[in-house]
Design a protein around this ligand. Structure first.
Ligand SMILES: C[S@@+](CC[C@H](N)C(=O)[O-])C[C@H]1O[C@@H](n2cnc3c(N)ncnc32)[C@H](O)[C@@H]1O
Length: 230
């Protein structure tokens, strides 16, 4: 199945589900998604790496952005292509350290080599052109800057759990609660068709990133992966 990841289609879909996104996210993961984001930031705190300027890309309603504020950066740029998702974020978080920007992954609103960390939580799977986006992330990151990706990788395609839960239960509940006939079918298919972790790491290597560490959050399906710009 060829998924349409044109940014207008994707932003329209997220605009449509923005109001119910957080509720459904936490319901479908039984709130465990909150722990994954918190652990990501705990790991950055304990690593002691520089965290002055951060881009939270595909930041959506800001759950990861909110955690990143614990790093006490000088600035977080919270970028997303869905105004609806950013509007929810603005109602949830207010901080002088935070700037929300309607911007896509292929044109980031920062100068060359000016950013210490780029995070992407459950976003890159939706990018129309992940290779081009990784090139743009590479452009804005300083040398040795970190790219951190929290994502559902296509490793579990054959798992009966994945097929039953994400393929059957989630789309039914998602449609009833969000009112979107498409979004939660898209979720299943976008994970099914996404690269596995090793393929994704190969793509990152081509874009100038070395793999530092992978944390298996859930059943070798949800990983937090740490890359460094070389
Ligand atoms: C599943 S949500 C994740 C939101 C948030 N990071 C989280 O952890 O819950 C995916 C977000 O990616 C955004 N998105 C998709 N493609 C994008 C792109 N090319 N550039 C920037 N944001 C994008 C969508 O608008 C959506 O808000």
């Amino acid at each position: 199945m060829e998924l349409n990841k044109n940014p207008r289609k994707i932003s329209g879909m997220f605009d449509e589900i923005a109001g119910s996104y957080d509720f459904l996210n936490h319901l479908f993961t039984l709130n465990i998604d909150k722990i994954w984001r918190r652990k990501l930031v705990d790991c950055l705190i304990s690593s002691g790496i520089k965290t002055e300027v951060i881009i939270d890309l595909a930041s959506g309603t800001g759950d990861l952005t909110k955690e990143l504020l614990r790093l006490n950066p000088l600035k977080i740029y919270s970028c997303d292509i869905s105004q609806g998702m950013l509007d929810v974020q603005k109602r949830k978080i207010s901080s002088p350290l935070l700037e929300t920007v309607l911007a896509g992954s292929e044109l980031l609103p920062r100068e060359k080599e000016s950013v210490d960390i780029v995070t992407i939580g459950f976003g890159i799977r939706n990018f129309d052109n992940p290779g081009k986006s990784l090139g743009e992330i590479n452009r804005v990151l300083k040398k040795n800057g970190m790219l951190i990706v929290l994502e559902m990788f296509g490793n579990s395609v054959k798992s009966p759990f994945f097929f039953f839960y994400f393929g059957k239960i989630v789309p039914k509940i998602g449609k009833i609660v969000s009112g979107s006939a498409y979004a939660y079918d898209y979720l299943y298919n976008s994970v099914k068709e996404f690269k596995n972790l090793s393929e994704f790491t190969d793509l990152c290597a081509v874009s100038g990133f070395e793999h530092v560490n992978s944390v298996n959050n859930f059943r070798k399906f949800v990983y937090t992966v740490y890359y460094r710009k070389i």
